[in-house]
Design a protein around this ligand. Structure first.
Ligand code: HSE
Length: 296
């Protein structure tokens, strides 16, 4: 039996669209066993995810194919801690869990870099799978088929809160709504802000982060898909948090708070309970370890 723990992630962090994301202390844990009963058994998820279309299973097949391995039966169990279709990298955890689990089951023939390449190809963009694999704050790019990444640890002056709505949003719907072309001025607006957001998170520049997280590439379009977005982000700022953004493709809102601002959690919890009782407030810290093989 192999157990694999994968952190949830928050991609984009405002202006870093499809470029960077950070791993957080919220996890999906997958257990794997190779069987000889000729069956695929998937547990821990709804019936509709228990067949051959299961993303963890499809990811495992990629590794088996590359390693020319042919299992005669598999058992997969998912212990789900990352909310599904909420912008916290749930599908990336399935891809990374399946790839690393399959690889560990058969004696690790593929390198982490090879698994990273497959994960990026499957997800279509790297900003969730990269931090899920490497942990921390990770910026990555693909150049002529080759993936590159740089990892930094988030400065300990920051803590994060996921404000998770009671409705899902599919990544493909949230990508569909984006324009096919953007203005030159919007591109330049994001370049400096994305760079400074990454560096401010790594270096602990709280004042810069208050200004740098504005985005013009995706949030202005996507916020229309998130009920109460404007009021909640305004309230969060009133409660002293440094900044907010859409987590990944949404609908979760990520609040970046200073560890010294003790008002935010109790005030936001009370506000949500009174006004939007279906929403969850989850306190999170950066996960710097990334994917972990827990038992082999
Ligand atoms: N960068 C991606 C997006 C993350 O914003 O669409 C979602 O998986």
């Amino acid at each position: 039996m192999i157990k694999v723990q994968v952190p949830g992630t928050s991609a984009n962090v405002g202006p870093g669209f499809d470029a960077f994301g950070l791993a957080l202390t919220i996890y999906n844990t997958f257990s794997f066993e190779e069987k000889t009963d000729g069956k695929l058994t998937i547990r821990g998820v709804e019936k509709k995810y228990q067949g051959t279309t299961n993303l963890v299973y499809r990811s495992m097949l990629k590794v088996f194919k590359k390693a020319d391995h042919h299992p005669n039966g598999l058992y997969i169990h998912s212990d789900v801690g990352v909310p599904i279709s909420r912008g916290l990298g749930s599908s990336a955890t399935c891809i990374v869990g399946g790839l690393f689990g399959a690889n560990a089951l058969i004696g690790s023939p593929l390198t982490t870099e090879e698994l990273f390449d497959i994960a990026v190809e499957m997800e279509g963009h790297p900003d969730n799978v990269a931090p899920a694999i490497f942990g921390g704050l990770v910026v990555s790019l693909n150049d002529q088929g080759k993936n590159f990444y740089i990892k930094s640890e988030v400065h300990p002056c920051f803590e994060f809160y996921a404000l998770v709505p009671d409705f899902p949003l599919s990544t493909s719907d949230a990508r569909q709504i984006l324009p096919k072309k953007i203005n030159f001025s919007d591109a330049t607006h994001n370049l400096s802000r994305a760079t400074m957001t990454y560096l401010a998170l790594a270096n602990g520049n709280e004042d810069i982060l208050k200004a740098s997280m504005k985005d013009r590439l995706h949030q202005p379009y996507r916020k229309k898909l998130i009920a109460h977005y404007d009021v909640i982000t305004r309230k969060a700022r009133d409660m002293g948090c440094l900044n907010t953004c859409i987590s990944g493709a949404g609908p979760t809102i990520l609040a970046v708070n200073s560890v010294n601002n003790h008002r935010f959690q109790p005030e936001m919890a009370a506000y949500l309970m009174a006004k939007m009782p279906g929403w969850q407030l989850i306190a999170l810290f950066p996960d710097n370890a990334g994917v972990q093989i827990l038992r082999g």
